[in-house]
Design a protein around this ligand. Structure first.
Ligand SMILES: C[S@@+](CC[C@H](N)C(=O)[O-])C[C@H]1O[C@@H](n2cnc3c(N)ncnc32)[C@H](O)[C@@H]1O
Length: 278
């Protein structure tokens, strides 16, 4: 028994060591974004003093440093190369920004991103897509994600900008530069028990929603009749839609398992609400 226990302990410590020595996935070589692209990325994401920005693979730190210096944001960068982490922390200190930003030697795939209101990245295309599930599970609805050059496939960007920059020729061989801005959507899929304005229905209604990233489809069951939803838009935690064949524009804020909003029927606004699974 004692022998078995020591054998089990030895095996478990061996597997812990094996996990520790797993190679870190290289998400891309060190190629700094041109400073003009950095400014555009931060501008398109509307970065401001209330933001907490995380740059995944922070290189020499320029995105986080610019976000703090020009836009007043706080945040951190994660980077696997020791010398770049050191250089970035020195720059933060020299520029008087060390109280607002820092740089960590850390694998971006293992980084807790839940504090971010803005994520930035300039990484290889396959890496960007490997991160999609992590973004959706860790980031709060409304968090902005800005990617230099490579898109998150299947996710409709909020903004997409293409330009030609001479600086990019030495980096990628072409002048083409792309910036993608995404907004993390709230999770809305499922059946919601809804209370509509009394003028619309006195009974509880059912909202049935299907979701694929920001694309939402569904219908509302009102007084035993099914109304397909039209013009459905989900931007962060803001859901808007209309009902086929009925007047009124619905808008609502998703707060976890609750939606609270108003129906605008030609100038008069009346409240509606819904509870997930209720
Ligand atoms: C293309 S550079 C971008 C640098 C900076 N974000 C910019 O836009 O100027 C990508 C950086 O990611 C770093 N990197 C690659 N794999 C990483 C990983 N698994 N964890 C953290 N950093 C990583 C590289 O060392 C490199 O500095």
């Amino acid at each position: 028994m004692k022998l078995l226990l020591s054998l089990a302990l030895a095996l478990s410590s061996m597997s812990a060591v094996a996990q520790d020595v797993q190679p870190i996935k290289d998400a891309g070589p060190y190629v700094p974004s041109p400073q003009s692209v950095v400014s555009d990325m931060l501008r398109y994401a509307d970065v401001n003093a209330d933001d907490f920005l995380i740059d995944l693979g922070s290189g020499d730190g320029r995105i986080v440093l610019t976000a703090a210096k020009v836009f007043g944001a706080r945040g951190f960068g994660v980077e696997i190369k020791d010398d770049l982490v050191k250089k970035s922390n020195e720059a933060a200190k020299n520029e008087g920004l060390a109280d607002r930003v820092k740089f960590l030697k850390q694998d971006l795939f293992k980084t807790d991103m839940s504090q971010a209101t803005v994520i930035t990245m300039y990484l290889l295309p396959d890496t960007v897509n490997l991160l999609k599930d992590k973004f959706l599970s860790e980031l709060r609805p409304g968090t902005r994600i800005v990617s230099h050059d490579y898109p998150l496939t299947g996710w409709i960007p909020e903004k997409y900008v293409q330009m030609d920059l001479e600086d990019k020729v030495q980096i990628s061989g072409v002048t083409t530069t792309l910036i993608y801005l995404y907004i993390v959507p709230a999770k809305v899929a499922g059946n919601w028990k809804a209370q509509m304005p009394p003028a619309m229905s006195k009974q509880a209604a059912t909202l049935s929603l299907k979701q694929q990233l920001t694309r939402v489809t569904g219908s509302v069951r009102l007084d035993g009749k099914e109304f397909p939803m039209e013009d459905v838009k989900l931007r962060g935690d803001r859901l808007t839609f209309k009902l086929a064949g009925r007047r009124g524009e619905f808008s609502g804020q998703v707060k976890g398992k609750q939606i609270d909003g108003t129906v605008d029927s030609g100038g008069t606004k009346s409240p509606w609400s819904a509870t997930l699974g209720g």
